[in-house]
Design a protein around this ligand. Structure first.
Ligand code: AMP
Ligand code: ZN
Ligand code: FE
Ligand code: FE
Length: 280
């Protein structure tokens, strides 16, 4: 019996460092019941991951993680069970990716003004085949070039929100991200709610209620950035608001040290309703 799942992972098609097939094989090696690939703003890795999962016992769930915004700031919406062939979804992802591509040269210019010797060509080269080049690639490159001690240090010193090299990207409204996921046949999940940085539980509840009003289906209770207390708080919120429970590691490989596929553990029993809603 396989008792755990991981419904939030990244591959080298966005800003992880393992191929889509490798992510699936890691999930199989952990004997997970299900794994979703949820690369940032792209579905380009899903076919490879699905093919890798075909002969294995692990169930593959096609996903995506879309960068969006609300009145209060930014958020990530994970789509699970999406059909990447839907044109509407691809049109939305193209908009988000274009915004991402417009941001990179601006951040590189800021880094250069800060005395960091880095170029856009170098970043693209470093990111290899990524469809979603972004801040984690910059962080890893800064480490390699000796400008930061770790990716966390690179975010703290340069790349984090409000940091000296930070530039925001144009973002979708959260309601539009949810609608795009639904139009592609998927379920919309609020990713890592702690990143909303709400002042208190009441504020978190208000904002999650507004997402539910826009059709949010589920919320990530289990996530590598959640403390046990936060996990309990979000689980209680999900139950009270009638949202389904999801969870995953947010695996990125070496870019997020200490976070492996399947860790922290998301119990299959907790996400059974979501898996059932995703179909057979
Ligand atoms: P972007 O979408 O290009 O703005 O990059 C956001 C990604 O950077 C997130 O999904 C994480 O993978 C990573 N990230 C953001 N903040 C941090 C942090 N403080 N430490 C390490 N990685 C981070
Ligand atoms: Zn990422
Ligand atoms: Fe995220
Ligand atoms: Fe993620």
């Amino acid at each position: 019996m396989r008792n755990f799942v991981d419904l939030h992972t990244h591959s080298s098609v966005s800003d992880g460092d393992r191929s889509p097939a490798e992510v699936v094989r890691l999930a199989e090696a952990r004997r997970l019941a299900a794994v979703a690939l949820t690369d940032h703003d792209t579905t380009a890795g899903l076919a490879e991951a699905a093919a890798a999962a075909e002969p294995l016992a692990v169930r593959f769930v096609p996903g995506v993680e879309i960068s969006a915004k609300t009145r209060r700031g930014m958020l990530h919406v994970v789509g699970l069970g999406i059909d990447p062939a839907r044109r509407g979804l691809q049109a939305v992802l193209r908009r988000v990716s274009d915004a991402r591509r417009r941001r990179n040269p601006k951040m590189i210019a800021k880094l250069r003004a800060l005395g960091v010797d880095i170029s856009l060509a170098e970043l693209r080269d470093f990111a290899g085949g990524s469809e979603s080049v972004g801040r984690l690639h910059m962080a890893r490159l800064l480490c390699r070039k000796g400008h930061a001690a770790s990716t966390a240090d690179a975010f703290k010193r340069y790349l984090g929100v409000g940091g000296p090299a930070y530039v925001d990207k144009e973002r979708l409204e959260s309601a539009d991200a949810i609608a795009a996921i639904h139009a592609a046949g998927g379920l919309a999940v609020l990713a890592h709610p702690v990143h909303l940085e709400c002042a208190n539980a009441a504020q978190l509840e208000r904002i999650v209620r507004s997402f539910r009003h826009h059709g949010l289906d589920a919320i990530e209770v289990y996530h590598s950035d959640h403390t046990p207390a936060q996990t309990r708080l979000v689980l209680d919120l999900a139950r009270r608001l009638g949202l389904m429970v999801s969870g995953g590691s947010d695996f990125h490989g070496g870019g997020k040290p200490g976070v492996g596929v399947g860790s922290p553990r998301t119990p299959r029993a907790a996400v059974e309703q979501l898996l059932a809603a995703l179909g057979p």
